[in-house]
Ligand binder design. Structure first.
Ligand code: GLA
Length: 398
């Protein structure tokens, strides 16, 4: 498998263009990119209509696409292939008629572009036809950095443009959410696709998931000599497993008992005292996390990066103890990063595995990295993937 992390997006797009032509025998009409994300803070708040503060990372999914001639015999056939699927040099192509797409068919990575195609074919019947698609990605898969949403967002942005659907950003977010919920079967919220679609380079995206109002908040990392380090624990996380859905159900039950439409309506933790455990702890994470997002935005705006670090670490403790979605590997990544001098650290994304992030001064990066590696080695855990991410621009045509 050849990775292209050190190439620019434009170089990767040119290479993808050539590979598309070699595979399908004609040129693509364009190449689109959508980034993965880390969430700085605001975890599991999105489906509670609260606040999130993610940013798009400098690792993207690229897709090259060409529409099928609408008069061709196979006009409603989609062809999906990935450079990462290649057993030899030639990727395998999955071909399906739009009308035959259904949850579970196709499976694997192809489910994501298929899910978006299915939703668009349903919503915009008669306006979309078949297409050929080739994917290339530098977003690690299964690490909790939203590789699946990057692929869905790249697909919807490309199809929206090619088929002149005129879908605005909020609706693209809702449609990819529906693709993910109904077709892929993961009951996820709107944070990941919003980050991939709306982020601005050098900024985090402060999003209110109730009103969909958003604002770009400057992340002064380079200027302050800081890095955001991702620690991929290699513990596979899957959002279709039960834990995520159970947490979501607990939040809904807590809101119902409190007589509110969502936990967003509660802004003080003492109002949760009447709940039984574990609902009280679950709800306390959501309510306190919304508060931490607001305080993080303020701290960033005042340039108080130490306070940002502290809030990240508090967020981790809340997910570990109240929401109970961490795991020993994530806890070790966080504690060893903090012991080696990180300003703050927390797990990021859905939890139960995946990645943690640490906010560090770039001067301590070597010691933080080796402290984490040593700790993992000593604990007998798989070697973690450790890399720096920068806040990048959201999806669009390359
Ligand atoms: C996953 C989901 C998001 C969000 C996070 C937790 O990444 O896709 O919608 O719920 O988990 O914050």
């Amino acid at each position: 498998m050849i990775r292209h992390e050190h190439h620019t997006i434009e170089q990767r797009a040119r290479r993808l263009h050539e590979r598309f032509e070699a595979l399908y025998g004609h040129r693509p009409e364009g190449v689109w990119q959508a980034p993965g994300r880390v969430n700085l803070i605001g975890e599991h708040t999105d489906y509670n209509l609260g606040y999130v503060l993610p940013f798009a990372i400098d690792r993207q999914t690229l897709i090259a696409v060409r529409r099928v001639d609408p008069d061709a015999a196979h006009a409603d056939e989609i062809a999906l292939a990935s450079t990462m699927d290649a057993s030899g040099d030639v990727p395998e192509v999955t071909r399906m008629r739009l009308a035959d797409l259904a949850p579970g068919t196709p499976g694997g990575w192809a489910a994501y572009p298929a899910a978006v195609s299915h939703v668009l074919a349903t919503e915009y019947a008669g306006r979309i036809c078949g297409f050929d698609l080739l994917v290339d990605s530098t977003v690690p898969v299964g690490s909790g950095l939203s590789s699946s949403h990057a692929l869905e967002v790249a697909t919807i942005v490309a199809l929206n443009e090619l088929f002149h659907l005129g879908i605005d950003a909020e609706r693209m977010v809702r449609l990819t959410q529906r693709a993910e919920n109904d077709f892929v079967g993961a009951p996820t919220g709107i944070m990941d696709q919003s980050a991939s679609l709306l982020s601005q380079a050098g900024h985090a995206l402060f999003l209110d998931c109730r009103s969909f109002a958003s604002r770009a908040v400057p992340l002064p990392l380079t200027a302050r000599g800081l890095n955001v380090l991702v620690i991929d624990t290699r513990v596979a996380h899957a959002l279709v497993d039960g834990g995520y859905a159970q947490r979501r159900a607990s939040c809904e039950a807590a809101a119902a008992r409190l007589g509110v439409s969502s936990l967003r309506e509660i802004d003080e933790v003492h109002l949760l005292d009447e709940l039984v455990e574990p609902l009280r702890r679950r709800a306390r994470h959501i309510v306190s996390e919304n508060g931490r997002v607001l305080r993080t935005v303020q701290a960033l705006e005042c340039g108080d990066l130490n306070l940002v670090g502290q809030l990240l670490t508090e967020s981790h403790a809340s997910m570990r103890d109240d929401y109970e979605i961490s795991c020993p590997e994530l806890d070790l990544a966080v504690s060893s990063a903090l012991d080696a001098g990180a300003l703050g650290a927390r797990m990021t994304g859905g939890g139960f595995g995946g990645s943690a992030i640490a906010l560090i001064d770039e001067s301590v990066r070597p010691q933080v990295e080796s402290a984490i590696r040593r700790a993992f080695d000593r604990a007998g855990y798989a070697e973690p993937g450790i890399f720096v991410v920068a806040p990048a621009q959201g999806a669009g045509r390359v």
